[in-house]
Design a protein around this ligand. Structure first.
Ligand SMILES: [Zn+2]
Ligand SMILES: [Zn+2]
Length: 326
């Protein structure tokens, strides 16, 4: 379809349409079409797949996707699609494609900071940038990851030395593996979902040692990394009886009320996402003509990009298509 204007819309995932058509983080993977999956967090994986369909993703993302369903998906050839590390979790990728004469970079979730053994995402020059906006408000600025990591380590050491166990809440994919590295010296346990997630992303270069805690009696004061939804499993009671000090790591720890909402004693603002300043610097370094924000505080981020960088920016809204005219 030569001459077709570049259009970006939120439909079956983020759709980039023109002389080529791509779907990023689609809800349904169909037999036909080009589908790219950025990473293995459940809000980016498809809800439905067609058996025998194909996607472009990292090996890690594909393994995590196929672990969830009987219908297996294969790796598609990546012709015309460039992949870059997104720095967000194991196997997370950004994609750049050429559509109707314009280069378009889709970030999925990204983290440009190097943290705990993850190399951060590096900016890529592009005409159009589609960027996540999870922390797209100026108030979300995190302290350096290594500072927070050592605060977590000190806190855990303190509690264990008092003979009390620690439960540390983190999402099974991403931050849990960061915490396994940070707390390696304490030989951490992992609950079932963290253990399973870790088994899927571990590689020779990154062995991520951890012991499975499945509600069993453990003698010494111990630290267990668990998913925020452990509370809905049978093991929640077994853990509560040990009276652990409950910690959490999340960017949302900057919000007052977060600790109470999650029911923890202490929360640390450690995130696998870009903070607000990271987002602005990343956009600037990509030198785009146009930015499309989505996934989070999209309105706020688009506004701030226009104000601070003077770059045209707009949020991606369900049901609205962005016809891009240059
Ligand atoms: Zn994510
Ligand atoms: Zn996300």
């Amino acid at each position: 379809m030569p001459g077709r204007a570049l259009t970006i819309r939120l439909g079956n995932g983020v759709e980039v349409l023109g002389d080529e058509e791509y779907h990023f983080d689609a809800e349904v993977i169909e037999a036909c079409g080009r589908f790219c999956i950025s990473h293995a967090h459940s809000d980016h994986l498809p809800k439905r797949v067609t058996a025998g369909s194909q996607v472009v993703a990292s090996e890690t993302t594909l393994r995590c996707l196929n672990d969830r369903s009987k219908k297996q998906v294969a790796m598609a050839p990546a012709d015309g699609i460039e992949m870059f590390d997104a720095g967000h979790m194991a196997g997370s990728r950004m994609f750049q494609v050429e559509v109707s004469g314009r280069s378009v970079l889709y970030t999925g979730d990204l983290c440009p900071r190097d943290r705990c053994g993850n190399k951060g995402a590096r900016p890529v020059k592009t005409d159009v940038l589609i960027i996540e906006s999870t922390y797209g408000k100026p108030r979300y600025v995190f302290p350096p990851s290594d500072v927070i990591a050592s605060l977590v380590r000190d806190e855990v050491e303190d509690i264990l030395s008092q003979g009390r166990p620690v439960s540390l809440y983190a999402y099974p994919f991403g931050k849990s593996q960061d915490m396994l590295r940070v707390l390696r010296e304490f030989s951490p346990f992992a609950d079932r979902s963290v253990f399973n997630a870790t088994s899927l992303v571990r590689c020779d270069a990154d062995p991520l040692d951890c012991r499975l805690w499945d509600g069993d009696e453990v003698d010494d004061p111990f630290v267990v990394i668990c998913s925020p939804w452990l509370n809905r499993t049978a093991n929640a009671g077994a853990l509560r009886r040990r009276n652990p000090k409950r910690l959490a790591v999340s960017g949302w720890a900057l919000d007052s009320g977060y600790k109470a909402r999650l029911g923890v004693d202490e929360a640390f603002p450690f995130s696998d996402h870009a903070d607000f300043n990271d987002l602005i610097s990343f956009v600037k370094a990509c030198e785009p003509e146009m930015v499309i924000t989505h996934h989070g505080f999209a309105d706020s981020l688009a506004h701030e990009i226009k104000e601070r960088l003077g770059i045209e920016a707009r949020p991606l809204i369900k049901g609205q298509r962005s016809l891009l005219e240059f």
